[in-house]
Ligand binder design. Structure first.
Ligand SMILES: *Cc1c(COP(=O)(O)O)cnc(C)c1O
Length: 246
C-alpha cells in the first residue's frame, strides 16, 4: 500500500521552499558551530537540475537567488526563460568543448574546471562577450576512475597555468566525495582537499583566489562544513528526489 510517509517529499510552493531552507540553514549553523566556524562563511548553492521552471520560480520567491545545474543546455534554457529573475547560474558538471561558447554567454560560475583546453576556450569566448566567470578547479580526491577532476599532484601546476586567463576568476577548489555510506571515508576525502587548499594558501596564495572549498551535497554537507567547506551544493534536501523521467 502506498502511504504518504513513503512518498518522497517534493517541495512545490514558496512556503515549502521557505521551510526546507530554514531546516538546511539550521543544520548549516549547527555544523559550523561544531567546527568553531562562522556560519556566514558558508554559501548554500541550491542544485536545480531536472527541476521545472515553475518550481524554481517558487524557490526563488522563497529567497533563493543562485542555482547549480550540471547540463549546459538545460541551464541555458532555464536562464533564458527566467531572465526576468536575475538568477546567478552555476554550472557544476563537466563541460564538453562544444559547450564552452554557451557557458561564456550566460553562466556566472563554473565549478568543474579540470582541463586547460576548456579554460582557454572559455577565456577567449568570455572576452568576446566582455564577461568574466567564477571558477572552481575540480579535484578527484577519492581517485575513483569514474570521477572527473585533477589528481592532487596536478593542481598547483594547473592553477599556475590559469593565471594567464584573466576572464576566469579562480575562487577555489571543488570535489565530490567518494560514494559510500562510510562517514569516516567521506570526512577523509574532504579533509584531504582542505589540506591541499591550506598548503597552497600558505605557499602560493597568488594561485588560489578566495581559497574557497566547494564540497558537500545532500548526504554529506554537514560533514563537509565541519571539514571546512565554504560552498555546499544541495539538491535533494531542497527539491526532493529528482524525477529523470521527463
Ligand atoms: C546533483 C549534484 C549535486 C547535488 O546532489 P544532491 O545529492 O541532490 O544534493 C551536487 N553537486 C554536483 C556536482 C551534482 O551533480
Amino acid at each position: 500500500m502506498s502511504t504518504l510517509e513513503n512518498t518522497p517529499r517534493v517541495a512545490v510552493t514558496a512556503e515549502d521552499f521557505r521551510q526546507a531552507l530554514a531546516e538546511i540553514h539550521d543544520k548549516i549553523r549547527a555544523a559550523a558551530q561544531r567546527a568553531g566556524r562562522d556560519p556566514s562563511e558558508i554559501r548554500l548553492l541550491p542544485v536545480s537540475k531536472t527541476v521545472s521552471e515553475e518550481r524554481i520560480r517558487a524557490a526563488h520567491a522563497a529567497g533563493m537567488q543562485q542555482f547549480g545545474e550540471n547540463k549546459v543546455q538545460e541551464a541555458q534554457h532555464k536562464a533564458t526563460d527566467m531572465a526576468d529573475l536575475g538568477i546567478h547560474w552555476a554550472i557544476i558538471g563537466p563541460l564538453q568543448s562544444n559547450k564552452t561558447r554557451d557557458v561564456a554567454e550566460f553562466a556566472h560560475e563554473f565549478q568543474a574546471l579540470d582541463r586547460i583546453r576548456i579554460a582557454r576556450r572559455l577565456n577567449t569566448q568570455l572576452k568576446e562577450n566582455d564577461r568574466t566567470l567564477d571558477v572552481y578547479v575540480q579535484v578527484n580526491v577519492s581517485g575513483e576512475e569514474t570521477k572527473s577532476g585533477l589528481e592532487l599532484g596536478e593542481v598547483e601546476n594547473f592553477l599556475e597555468q590559469l593565471l594567464e586567463f584573466d576572464a576566469l576568476n579562480v575562487k577555489g577548489l571543488m570535489t565530490m566525495a567518494i560514494h559510500t555510506g562510510d562517514e569516516a571515508v567521506i570526512r577523509h576525502n574532504f579533509s584531504v582537499l582542505r589540506r591541499l587548499r591550506d598548503d597552497l594558501l600558505e605557499r602560493r596564495p597568488e594561485l588560489i583566489g578566495e581559497a574557497g572549498l566547494s564540497m558537500g551535497m545532500t548526504n554529506d554537507y554537514e560533514i563537509a562544513i565541519e571539514e571546512g567547506a565554504t560552498v555546499v551544493r544541495v539538491g535533494t534536501a531542497i527539491f526532493g528526489e529528482r524525477d529523470y523521467s521527463e
